[in-house]
Design a protein around this ligand. Structure first.
Ligand SMILES: [Zn+2]
Length: 484
């Protein structure tokens, strides 16, 4: 029996705003606990919320980047539940009039886990979205040995929830979705999307069903995943567990599970019977939002999406689709490439240097592209030196190593080391004449049809020029003279 897997994700992304969603308290990771609170985010009686316009803008911007429909009018609702980390006993969220609906996230090949990139089920898949809405985050509990502490710094920070259609079909695809989404959020400056800091969190709904069955299997939710690789592991475990249970003839029920990263397994948290009834109702303290003004504002600052950047790199700089993918994978790397490529006659060569030599040098040195000792302009200069024949590509490697080590410009290094390549036709011709005269036998052999003799003669010219002669020119000149 073959089984089909259906996965839907609910992703929470912390927005990169300076202040909280409904008050002026600063948003700051790692601040002294409970130092960023006020009557509004502590839910004290009589405190009134005021909307953070930047959070609205960032959500609309995300919606536009993901080709969503933006609501003309959107509103906030109260989601009622009782929990220690929720000071008001309700969370301000959006129920039936979210800011964005529909839209999709395009998955990129390089967003899949490395070991799965060769077996992508549906290349260029786009995962459709149900909606994107805006809400406030809850506080954070810290469990100590005998007590629990609550830090309200996070309470009331803006949180964007992105809900997908249930159309992800494998844990690898879920991984690719989150990686692609994270990249788009970073491109948009919407969120730093750092999962380790809790800036991107995810709930996964997963069900399996026999291939022959059309109706979806029981929906099982895995709560509070906080790493992309964790999502893949948890889903892989859960899919296998569900298939095994169905194989034993068990009937699966809708339930909520947690993920134990240490044990590498999911565990039951609650069944359907204890599911919440949130009793949503419109928040009477907040007026509905008209998005017209926001939209024109946001359209004016809409950044390029990763997908568009990849396509543009191919078209504008003639790099391969794969290289464009790697370059655009990191916004900083893409910016570096573009600074060098924009002024270069050889943008493809720039891409090669970045993807091979520069990336390997950076990783050996444990540096990021931001800390790169070679400015993009200097890389362009190096490529130009090689292209014009001033130095050979082999010498280029040496110069590159020195540039990376010292930060010096390539022309300064070439001058200092005196490694400029000899590309003067007259000078090379003179050496060639000398070599031919000194080696009559190989010269005669070549004339008689022994092509290999040319290599010997070339070697002699290179030796005489102390390795400085332009090898391509040497080959051409020797051949011309011998055939004359
Ligand atoms: Zn506050």
């Amino acid at each position: 029996m073959r089984y089909l897997t259906t996965i839907g994700l609910e992703v929470h992304a912390q927005l990169k705003t300076r202040s909280k969603m409904f008050c002026a308290c600063p948003v700051e990771f790692g601040a002294e606990p409970n130092s960023h609170t006020c009557p509004i985010c502590l839910g004290l009686p009589g405190a009134l919320p005021v909307m953070n316009e930047e959070a609205l803008r960032l959500t609309v911007l995300t919606g536009l980047m993901l080709d969503c429909d933006i609501a003309d009018v959107s509103k906030f609702d109260r989601k009622n539940y009782f929990y220690p980390d929720l000071p008001k006993n309700y969370q301000i969220s959006q129920y039936d009039m979210p800011l964005c609906s529909n839209g999709s996230v395009p998955l990129h090949d390089l967003a899949y886990p490395k070991d799965a990139q060769k077996n992508i089920a549906v290349p260029d898949k786009e995962v459709r979205l149900v909606r994107i809405h805006l809400e406030e985050d809850v506080a954070k509990s810290f469990h100590f040995e005998t007590t629990t502490g609550i830090d309200f710094n996070r309470a009331g920070t803006p949180l964007m929830e992105i809900v997908t259609q249930p159309e992800i079909t494998s844990p690898e695809e879920a991984f690719a979705f989150l990686t692609s989404l994270k990249q788009i959020l970073i491109y948009g400056g919407v969120s730093d999307a750092d999962m380790e800091k809790g800036q991107l969190r995810c709930d996964c709904n997963v069900s399996v069903r026999p291939e022959t069955q059309t109706e979806l299997g029981a929906k099982i939710e895995i709560k509070n995943m906080n790493s992309i690789s964790g999502v893949r592991h948890a889903l892989t475990y859960e899919v296998a567990r569900q298939i095994e249970a169905l194989g034993r003839g068990e009937k699966l029920e809708q339930e909520t599970r947690g993920w134990d990263d240490v044990m590498g397994e999911t565990f039951l948290m609650r069944t359907k019977e204890s599911a919440h009834d949130y009793r949503f109702f419109p928040d009477p303290d907040l007026v509905p939002v008209k998005t017209e003004g926001l939209l024109s504002d946001v359209r004016a600052r809409l950044p390029e999406s990763p997908k568009r950047k990849r396509a543009r790199f191919v078209q504008q700089y003639g790099v391969t689709a794969y290289d464009a993918g790697v370059l655009a994978n990191d916004l900083e790397l893409a910016a570096y490439f573009e600074k060098a490529a924009r002024v270069s006659k050889k943008p493809k060569a720039i891409a090669n240097w970045i993807l091979n030599d520069l990336q390997s040098a950076l990783s050996t040195a444990g540096k990021t592209i931001k800390e790169c000792p070679i400015p993009p302009e200097a890389l362009n200069e190096l490529v130009a030196l090689i292209d014009s024949g001033k130095i050979s590509s082999k010498q280029g490697k040496e110069v590159f190593a020195e540039m990376f080590a010292s930060g010096k410009s390539p022309s300064a290094i070439v001058q200092e080391r005196g490694i400029e390549q000899l590309s003067d036709t007259t000078a090379i011709e003179r050496i060639c004449d000398e070599v031919i005269a000194a080696n009559p036998k190989p010269a005669a052999d070549f004339k008689a049809g022994n092509a290999a003799s040319l290599n010997f003669l070339m070697g002699q010219v290179m030796k005489l020029s102390k390795g400085k002669a332009n090898p391509q020119m040497v080959g051409e000149i020797l051949e011309r003279k011998l055939r004359a």
